[in-house]
Design a protein around this ligand. Structure first.
Ligand code: AMP
Length: 605
C-alpha cells in the first residue's frame, strides 16, 4: 500500500464490520485499520478465502477476527469458526483478543483448546456450545477423533502462523483437520513466510484466494540515526523515562497504537514533569492544530501520537521520534521516522522491539537497507551524572542571571546567628530543592558494585525504578548507603540466599526462577544483589508448591532457600503488610504455570 493509498484507508465502519464489534474496537481506541486489516477485512466479510503474508505485530489477529466474528450466525449451536495456532500461548492470546472484540455480542463463547490442559475441562467447555474454537492442531484432532468436536457445520477456518505450524511438525494434523471440514467452508491462511509446503496447502485447500501481502517500500533516511531498544525486564515506560533524561532532545514525537494510549502516556509523562500532549484522531481539527502550534512554539516538547494524527506533520524542531509501539509495517516506520530529520537536518529515531517483534525489526532493516543499531539504556550512574551536571548548570545560570541580594542578606544573617559552614548551608538548600527528585537514583550503589560485562541485563533488572523522579527518597549522605529494594505494586519481595559472594548475577536468578517456577521471565521484577543474599520481586500469590520447590533450587552452587523478605532495606512508601501466606487458590496461579518441566518446544500439542 503506498502512502497515497494510506491517505484513503477506509475506516472500520466503512469496511462493514458488525456494529457490536465496531463498538468494542472503538472502545479499545483503534483509530484506523492497519494495512493488513484494510486489505483483508472486506474480502473475508464477503466470504472469500484469503492467503495473507503477515507476521505478529501487523494486526493480523484483528484482520481475521473482526470480519469472521461479524459473520457468525447467532442461532447456530455448533462451532462455526475454528482457528488453528502453533502454540498454546498464541491460542490463548487469539481467544482473549476475540473475547475482547465480541464483548458486546450476546451469548458469545470462544473456547481455547490446547495440549497440557485437562481433557475433562475441555469436554465440559465444549458442551457449552462455543461458536468459536481456537486451538493447537494435535489437541483439536484428538477431540475430533473422540467424536467430541464436530466440524460439519463449520463456516470458516483460520490457519494462523502456518509456517510455524509447519516448523513444529503439525502440518499433517492441519491437513487432516482441513479434510474434516465442509467443502464450502471459508479458509484464511496467514503466514510470515511462504515456504513451498505452505504454498502447496494453500493451492490444495484454498478456493481462489485473495492474496494479501504488505508491500515494503524502501526509502533512504540518511540523516536520521536509528537505534532500537530490545524490550526486556524493564517496563517500556521506565525505559522511556530514562531515555528522556539522557537524550538531548528539542522536540519529540512518540508513536503508540491506540488513541487511548496517546492520552495515557501523555498523562504519565506530564506527571513526570515533561511538557507532553496527546495527538489523536479523536481530537477535532482545531484542537489538533492548536497542539501542533504549541509544539512549534516550544510550549510543549513531546507529542504522543497515532499514525493517523501525525500524518504529514512537519515540525522543524522535531529532533526525535520514538516508536514506543512498533509500527504495523515497514512503510509506516519510514513514514514515522520521517517526522524528524526534516529538510536535511539530523534526527534520531528510537524503536522499542519486544522479543516477539524481532521479525518486524528484520523486515524494517531489509526494507530500508539500513542496520538499526541496538542501544543500551542509560545506566543509573549516567542518569545521576546527567542530573548533577544539569544541577550545576542551573546554579551557574541562577548566579549569573538573578538578583540574589535579598537571599545573600538572609543567608549572611543565618551564618552570623549559627556560625555555620556556608557549604553546609548550601547543601541543605540543595537538598530541599532536590528532595523530590534525588540527584542520585535509588539503586546507584548496587549497580556500581554490579557494573561488569552484562550491563544491560543488570541495569534493566537491578534498579528498575532508578530515574523515576516521582519517588522521593532521602539522598545518601557521604558514605555509600545500603542498596535499597523497593517493592513494586502487585509484587512481593522475596529473599534468596545467594549474593555477590557467590558471584550471582540477576540473569542467573531470572533463568532459574523462570524455569523452575514456570514463570514468564518478563514477570520477574526488581532484583537487588547484596553481599550474601539477594532480593527478588515476584508477582503476588505464589502457589505454595512452587514456593517449596524454589526453596530447594540451586543457583551458583547455593540453594536459594527462598523466603518472604522481612526487610528489603527499602520502600518506606509501601503499605505495611500482613505476614505473607502462600496461596493454595487456583485463581492465584494466573502468572505461575505448573512447576513440571516444560515439554520440548516441538512436542505435539
Ligand atoms: P497482532 O499482529 O494481531 O499480534 O496485533 C498486534 C497488536 O496491535 C495488538 O496488541 C492489537 O491489539 C493491536 N492492534 C491491532 N489492530 C490495531 C488497530 N487497528 N489499531 C490499534 N491497535 C491495533
Amino acid at each position: 500500500m503506498s502512502t497515497q493509498d494510506r491517505e484513503t484507508v477506509p475506516s472500520f465502519s466503512e469496511l462493514g464490520i458488525a456494529p457490536a464489534i465496531l463498538q468494542a474496537i472503538q472502545e479499545a481506541g483503534y483509530e484506523t485499520p492497519s494495512p493488513i486489516q484494510a486489505q483483508s477485512i472486506g474480502p473475508l466479510l464477503e466470504g472469500r478465502d484469503l492467503l495473507g503474508q503477515a507476521q505478529t505485530g501487523t494486526g493480523k489477529t484483528a484482520a481475521f477476527s473482526l470480519p469472521l466474528l461479524s459473520r457468525l450466525d447467532p442461532k447456530q449451536k455448533t462451532p462455526q469458526l475454528l482457528v488453528l495456532t502453533p502454540t498454546r500461548e498464541l491460542a490463548i492470546q487469539v481467544a482473549e483478543a476475540m473475547q475482547a472484540y465480541s464483548r458486546h455480542m450476546k451469548n458469545f463463547h470462544v473456547l481455547p483448546i490446547y495440549g497440557g490442559q485437562s481433557m475433562g475441562i475441555q469436554l465440559r467447555a465444549l458442551q457449552r456450545n462455543p461458536q468459536v474454537i481456537v486451538g493447537t492442531p494435535g489437541r483439536i484432532l484428538d477431540h475430533i477423533r473422540r467424536g467430541k468436536l464436530q466440524l460439519e457445520d463449520l463456516r470458516s477456518l483460520v490457519l494462523d502462523e502456518a509456517d510455524e505450524m509447519l516448523r513444529m511438525g503439525f502440518i499433517d494434523d492441519v491437513e487432516t483437520i482441513l479434510q474434516e471440514t465442509p467443502q464450502n467452508r471459508q479458509v484464511a491462511l496467514f503466514s510470515a513466510t511462504m515456504p513451498k509446503q505452505i504454498h502447496r496447502v494453500a493451492q490444495r485447500y484454498l478456493n481462489n484466494p485473495v492474496e494479501v501481502h504488505i508491500k515494503s517500500k524502501t526509502s533512504t533516511v540518511d540523516t536520521i540515526t536509528q537505534r532500537y531498544w530490545q524490550v526486556t525486564g524493564l517496563h517500556k515506560l521506565d525505559a522511556l523515562t530514562r531515555i528522556l533524561e539522557i537524550e538531548e532532545f528539542d522536540g519529540m514525537i512518540i508513536f503508540v497504537r491506540t488513541k487511548n494510549s496517546t492520552v495515557d502516556l501523555a498523562e504519565k509523562l506530564e506527571a513526570r514533569g515533561y511538557a507532553a500532549s496527546a495527538l489523536n484522531g479523536d481530537m477535532n481539527q482545531a484542537l489538533r492544530e492548536k497542539t501542533i502550534e504549541k509544539m512549534k512554539a516550544g510550549q510543549i516538547d513531546i507529542l504522543v501520537a497515532t499514525d493517523v494524527a501525525a500524518r504529514g506533520l512537519d515540525i522543524e524542531r522535531m529532533s526525535h521520534v520514538v516508536n514506543y509501539d512498533i509500527p504495523y509495517d515497514t512503510e509506516s516506520y519510514v513514514h514515522r521516522i520521517g517526522r524528524t530529520g526534516r529538510a536535511g537536518r539530523k534526527g534520531e529515531a528510537i524503536l522499542f522491539v519486544s522479543p516477539r517483534e524481532k521479525r518486524m525489526l528484520a523486515a524494517i532493516e531489509k526494507a530500508t537497507r539500513q542496520t538499526i543499531s541496538r542501544m543500551q539504556l542509560p545506566s543509573g550512574e549516567e542518569i545521576a551524572d546527567r542530573r548533577v551536571m544539569a544541577f550545576k548548570q542551573m546554579l551557574s545560570e541562577t548566579i549569573e542571571a538573578q538578583d540574589l541580594s535579598f537571599f545573600e542578606t538572609l543567608i549572611s544573617s543565618y551564618h552570623d546567628e549559627h556560625m555555620s559552614d556556608p557549604v553546609e548551608v548550601a547543601a541543605a538548600l540543595a537538598f530541599l530543592l532536590q528532595k523530590d527528585r534525588p540527584l542520585v537514583p535509588p539503586a546507584r550503589t548496587s549497580e556500581r558494585k554490579n557494573s561488569r560485562e552484562d550491563r544491560p541485563e543488570r541495569s534493566e533488572r537491578g534498579e528498575r525504578s532508578a530515574g523515576r523522579p516521582e519517588r522521593a527518597e532521602r539522598p545518601p549522605r557521604n558514605a555509600s548507603p545500603r542498596p535499597r529494594h523497593a517493592t513494586e505494586e502487585g509484587m512481593r519481595t522475596f529473599r534468596v540466599e545467594v549474593g555477590h559472594e557467590h558471584n550471582v548475577e540477576p540473569k542467573h536468578l531470572v533463568g532459574a526462577i523462570a524455569n523452575e517456577a514456570g514463570l514468564d521471565s518478563q514477570l520477574i521484577g526488581r532484583i537487588t544483589i547484596m553481599d550474601d543474599h539477594s532480593f527478588v520481586d515476584l508477582p503476588d500469590g505464589m502457589p505454595k508448591d512452587i514456593f517449596q520447590h524454589l526453596r530447594k533450587v540451586w543457583v551458583n552452587q547455593k540453594q536459594l532457600q527462598i523466603s518472604v523478605a522481612e526487610d528489603a532495606g527499602g520502600d518506606t512508601s509501601a503499605p505495611a503488610r500482613k505476614p505473607h501466606k502462600m496461596s493454595n487458590k487456583p485463581g492465584e496461579r494466573r502468572s505461575f504455570k505448573s512447576k513440571k518441566p516444560k515439554p520440548p518446544r516441538n512436542k505435539r500439542s
